[in-house]
Structures are given as C-alpha cells and as structure tokens.
Ligand binder design. Structure first.
Ligand SMILES: [Zn+2]
Length: 318
C-alpha cells in the first residue's frame, strides 16, 4: 500500500508519536516511573526530564523534557509534558524552586507529549506562547492527540487533559522579559514539525531546542527532512553553551550534541534518495533505510519506518 494523501500521512506520522503502548496493563503509580525533581542546568534554568519511552500508564506521558526559567519577576515554563498529570508534576517541580508567578507557558511545538500538560497551568493565568502555525496544528490534530493519549496512559492519568492553544503567537523572533532576564523566542522553517520554536536564555547561554534535538530517542520526523538539516546547520553556528534536547539528557554541550542526530538524518536522506533513484517502492525503502543506525537509537522500530516514509514523499519530488 502506498498512501497518497499527504494529510493522512501526516496524521499517521503524528499518531505514531504516541502510538503503541508498552503493553503493560498494570496501573503503577505514575510517580514511580518518571523524575519528579527538576535539575538546575544553569543558574535559574531548570529541566524536568522525561523518560525515553512511548507514553504509557507508568510514565503518564512524561516522556519529553520540560523546562522553566526563573527571572526576578516571574517564571517561564517551556513545554508541559504529555498529560494533565505530567503538567501538574511539572508545576510541583516549579513550586519546589520558586513561589514567583508563572508568567508564560511556551510551546516548542504541538506534539502531544510536549503540549498536553498545559491545562495544569490554566488557573495560574499565564500567557500561552507558540509558533504562529501552532493554533492550526492543534485545531486539526488536537482531537487525535487527545484520543491517542487517553488510550495509552489510561483514564486516571488522562483526567483533565485538554488542548490549550497559544494566544501570543511568534513569527520570527520575539523577546520575553522575566525581570532582569530576557528570553529570545525564535521560529524555524519546517523541520521536526511545521511549528518549531526555540527559546534562548541570553544571560546563561542555554538554548531550549524542543524536538529540533533528540538524543538517545530516535528522531521523529513530522515536518521536512531537508528543512530539519538546514535548521541544525544554522543552529550549530550559535554561540550557545548548553542545549536542552526535547528527548534525552537534561542538558548537553553544543554543538557536539547535534552530531548523532545529524548523522541519522543524513543517513536517512541518503538511503531514501538512493532507493528512489533505484526505483524501489515506498515499502522497500521504508524497510531498509537507515538500518545501519538501528543499534544507536532507542525506539528505532517505533519510528524509523515512518521517518523513511515521510522522507520518501519529500524526496520523490526532488
Ligand atoms: Zn515532537
């Protein structure tokens, strides 16, 4: 079968991000599975790490890295985890460090494992901030994200989870001031998704990359392979000290943190390109592309064929 409808392919790819639970039906306390304390990666910059896994009942959707930055007047939260309960856990981690008001909740993109914890912050009345394309992404995919997440993490973990759309939209660059501490928000051409946004804390030299960077967890392509590689090339030139990946360690040294992911994306591009030149079918390409990268990544079998499918449709027009 060769899916032709690009919209349908996009939905399938995105659902893959939360598809296939670990299979266990046991209801373990979510608190046992994922960290509850934030790591201070630089003065005033914190990360609550997610576990490298697909969303399931044990991790309750806390599978991506969330961050927060504390200024003189308040706090900016960057990504909220994949459920109401993950968002609540993040809020507890914030409150363990500061009582200052949460002024902003920033979305690095719309994927459910990063965005669905936002509901936990609504009562605090922060400004929700995202890429100018994000409201459309959430309007078109939000119901699918919610349904898939509910199925994977279970009813108890899911309770209260809902879509929260950003109201402060960014196109290009925007500065937010936390009081003596400025954050530079920047949107990127279509790469990991079509609504990628990074957050730079100029004072500390820390850059929150969202899912423009994966480490350990195989990269998941839901945008454009060529665009993602171009974005990485530009990001490499930034005078940044530490980056926060969307999935992986709490922080990593830059730019060497990009090496493994770039090697994977290039291998995927080269293998799929060669398959197209040889006249291979989509199925043949998806079954073999980037196979040499398999030992290097967790969750390879959950995402690689989908990545190759997406790359095939992108590259067959070039
Ligand atoms: Zn993502």
């Amino acid at each position: 079968m060769r899916p032709k409808d690009p919209c349908r392919i996009a939905v399938l790819l995105v659902l893959g991000l939360v598809a296939l639970s670990a299979g266990s039906r046991e209801t373990l306390a979510a608190e046992q599975a994922a960290p509850s304390a934030a790591v201070e990666v630089a003065p005033g910059d914190f990360v609550l790490p997610g576990v490298i896994a697909l969303s399931n009942q044990q991790n309750a959707g806390q599978i991506s890295n969330s961050g927060f930055v504390v200024g003189r007047d308040g706090v900016a939260v960057i990504d909220t985890g994949g459920s109401m309960i993950a968002g609540k856990r993040l809020l507890e981690a914030v409150r363990a460090k500061t009582d200052l008001p949460v002024l902003y909740v920033i979305f690095t993109h719309g994927h459910p494992d990063h965005a669905l914890g936002a509901a936990a912050f609504v009562d605090l009345k922060p400004v929700f901030v995202g890429h100018s394309a994000l409201p459309d992404v959430l309007a078109s995919h939000g119901d699918d994200y919610l349904r898939a997440t509910q199925r994977l993490i279970g009813e108890a973990n899911f309770a209260g989870t809902r879509i929260v759309a950003p109201t402060l939209l960014v196109e290009g660059v925007k500065e937010l001031d936390l009081g003596g501490r400025k954050l530079k928000l920047e949107t990127w051409p279509v790469g990991h998704t079509n609504a990628d946004l990074t957050v730079s804390d100029e004072a500390s030299g820390v850059l929150f990359l969202g899912d423009l960077l994966f480490s350990g967890h195989i990269p998941a392509l839901d945008g454009k392979l060529g665009g993602w590689l171009n974005n990485l090339k530009k990001l490499r030139e930034r005078p940044v000290r530490l980056v926060i990946p969307g999935h992986g360690p709490a922080s990593m040294a830059w730019p060497q943190a990009a090496d493994a992911q770039e090697a994977y994306l290039r291998r995927l591009r080269d293998d799929v390109g060669e398959a197209i030149r040889k006249g291979w079918t989509l199925r043949e390409a998806a079954g073999t592309a980037a196979a040499s990268e398999r030992p290097k990544w967790r969750l390879f079998d959950d995402f690689n064929a989908r990545n190759a499918t997406s790359a095939y449709h992108e590259l067959e027009w070039e």
